[in-house]
Design a protein around this ligand. Structure first.
Ligand code: 4NP
Length: 150
């Protein structure tokens, strides 16, 4: 079974959406998808209400998710680790124990915009339109990820 981890800062806004969107596009019996945050601020919490709402608008329920912190054990548990932005990417890489760990880490928007190293903007301090923008970016990237997995 292929295992994919989505990572952002708090694991309440972007990566829960990425997890929910990718799960909606793949066979969840063949691919395991999870998400985590590089910071512990929101551990145990539900996704942000704005992420829950936008996902619901697109028919995706992310309310079973609870925030957790990324740990170096995730390098063993997952085949691919998608960072939402370059800060998350650098934080994850700083925990890598070896080259094999580092090679698992990718920026998710490089799936939809190869080699551009774009970041999914942090929508936490903004309004609803930021979440709509994040959703569209992740939907596009996850369609490509799902296509490559099947
Ligand atoms: P996320 O968004 O990394 O997409 O979950 C954030 C959530 C919380 C905070 C920052 C970003 N925070 O500072 O609490």
């Amino acid at each position: 079974m292929k295992k994919v981890l989505m990572v952002c800062l708090g694991n309440i806004c972007r990566s829960p959406l990425a997890e929910g969107i990718l799960k909606s596009k793949i066979n969840t019996e063949a691919v395991f998808v999870d998400s985590a945050g590089t910071a512990a601020y929101h551990v145990g919490n539900l996704p942000d209400v704005r992420s829950i709402e936008i996902a619901k608008n697109y028919g995706i329920d992310i309310t079973k998710q609870r925030a957790r912190k990324f740990t170096e054990k995730d390098f063993d548990a997952f085949d691919v680790i998608y960072a939402m932005d370059d800060s998350n990417y650098n934080n994850i890489i700083s925990l890598a124990r070896n080259k094999a760990d580092s090679q698992k880490v990718k920026l998710i928007l490089n799936e939809s915009n190869p080699d551009k190293n774009l970041s999914v903007p942090d929508p936490y301090y903004g309004g609803k339109s930021g979440f709509e923008n994040v959703y569209k970016m992740l939907d596009e990237a996850c369609s490509i990820v799902a296509g490559n997995l099947s």
